[in-house]
Design a protein around this ligand. Sequence first.
Ligand code: PXP
Length: 238
Amino acid sequence: MPTLGVNIDHVATVRQARMTNEPDPIWAATLAELGGADGITLHLREDRRHIQDRDLRLMSETVAVRLNLELACNEEVLAIACDTRPYQATLVPERREEVTTEGGLDVAGNLAQVSDSVKQLQDAGIVVSLFLDPDPAQIEAAVAAGATAVELHTGAYAHASAKYAADEELKTLHESARQVGEAGMTIHAGHGLTYRNVCPVAKIPNMGELNIGHSIIARAVMVGLEQAVRDMRRLIVG
Ligand code: PXP
């Protein structure tokens, strides 16, 4: 059975929309932990559009479950990761214009740079996962780069427009997961997973960890809104 890493970036996105101090992703991490999250995932982007350095620092002190830091192969952020030492780091590609992480990391095309980043993080005692498209050449390159785990990008499966297309993508995920496992690396998956599409991915043999953000935060807004309005109205009516 895979563990669940809850990505709380969206909570920071709402806070940054007003540059204020609420909602605080630290509270969100605590509540996710109370809800049974096995890990908290956060992405410290180069442009700091959501998670701030302060969030990472405080979470590294307060989160009791595994902290998984997503980051690009970028000198400044790598240095922060090595200094903060979360349990795990997941290397992802990053483009400033993107809305969210779009594709997997091109390890095959940047083997020297990725290998250096993996080594730097591992030397600091951090478990290193690489976020990859389910592509045999990229998985082979992840082995060469010395990664401990591979997070398979589930976006193509999640966004498939028809059932037969989703089934094809699921088959590809199964094959990639087998390749990752046979190479001795831990199997993770994430991106675009929802309450509707998660079960077949969770059932992939030896799936170790799922990282889910958008769908959980979207549901949290909906299940919490009614109570939030009731609380405000009580204050106003007196
Ligand atoms: N895994 C990685 C590497 C990601 O970059 C993201 C998005 O930040 C996720 C998982 C979570 O994706 P989603 O928000 O679609 O659940």
